[in-house]
Design a protein around this ligand. Sequence first.
Ligand code: ZN
Length: 477
Amino acid sequence: MNKDKLPIQEENFSDWYNQVIQRAELADYAPVRGTMVVRPYGWAIWENIQSALDERFKATGHVNAAFPMFIPMSFLEKEKEHVEGFSPELAIVTIGGGQVLEEPLVVRPTSETIIGHMYAKWIKSYRDLPVLINQWANVVRWEMRTRLFLRTLEFYWQEGHTAHETAEEAEIETRQMLDVYTDFAVNVAAVPVIPGLKSDSEKFAGAVRSYTIEAMMKDIKALQSGTSHNLGQNFARAFDIQYLDRNNELQYCWTTSWGLSTRFIGAIIMTHGDDQGLVLPPRLAPIQVVIVPIFRSDEEQKEVMRVVEEVAEELSALRVKIDDRTELTPGFKFNDWELRGVPVRIEIGPKDVENNVVVAARRDILGRDGKIRINMAEISMQIPALLDQIHNNKLEKATKFRNDHIIEPLDYETFKTSIDGNWALSYWCGSGECEAKIKEETKATIRCLPLDQGNQQGACILCGKPADKKAFFAKAY
Ligand SMILES: [Zn+2]
């Protein structure tokens, strides 16, 4: 561990972000510009994200499969908006096994096309529907400006692809998966996201409607953290995904796709982290509890370690680590685990052994205020309850922070002067011109039209024309 202090968030958030990732050993830069290595501690977070999502996907009837990473170039060209949207980001293979290929192959930037091709083959009748498949995969998008986890040439994600009989069913599916992402973000990651609809200019290339969950980072920027797309019949027409309906007539399917990626780790880092380092949400933390034994003599060590083992055994249902490194002082270890964001640290010394207690220290409340003495007999009850409290506290804090930085400016002048340190919730007339002008003048984009807005009437923040929808405007990653 590097002994220099981390940069202060308020002074240089971006430097803080890069350094905390490397010092906590979540990820590192790889030899090819813009690619990253996800290190074991970072990958363990991703595995926990995967299992929380996978459980929810399966509970809603989805199954997993694996499709190839190479896609014939011609497939991407079949859906016009799709190829336009992705062309600048494609990695293309032209040589294989020493031979120039007859048709170039695209390294998948996303898999609608190849999965659409296969669905056309598999789906014959309404009896085959719905098809509800997800895949866990890596994809490649040749980005120019990259950031660890947020934007890298290659990243890991899941992509769900479903096909349905009716437009209504496809919309229900799209919204259901948005709800799954929201539930995961809020109740597992303690990241309070705002679910909403993307404007046309921000929607997925080839989609009819894109929904998103948007999260506010500690530097107030927005991070799109997961998306769910209603593809209508666009891909079904491009790939001839047809079925015989209940009247024996040939119809095009209605399809959806939805994805959440390793970018979400960036959301966790920037929602919860502080000047001491990472603060991991307990339900995703690779290590939920670290036990640090404290002793001076061999005799004390023997006594303390006996109790340490006992406590670890009591907590075997949790992800527990015993830090028995002998070459390091307890103080060094405390800092180290704080940097790595472990939610609870348990300290056990000779006095504690004598008194039959342990001291639990919360990562979300540093110092004396976050320390609790727990009787040995109550550990298996108290620690899981403490983890839930920490989750709730993290969620509450992040929600308050977000709400404190949402404004509803009365006019465009106020909008312009306050958009740097806030998100603006403003009426928008729906015109792409207003959206583009606001972006040009303030660098703020429409993050989403939040779903929970009533039937109100107002005036567009820019042009003043009547508007019945509000949108969140913010600078974004
Ligand atoms: Zn307008």
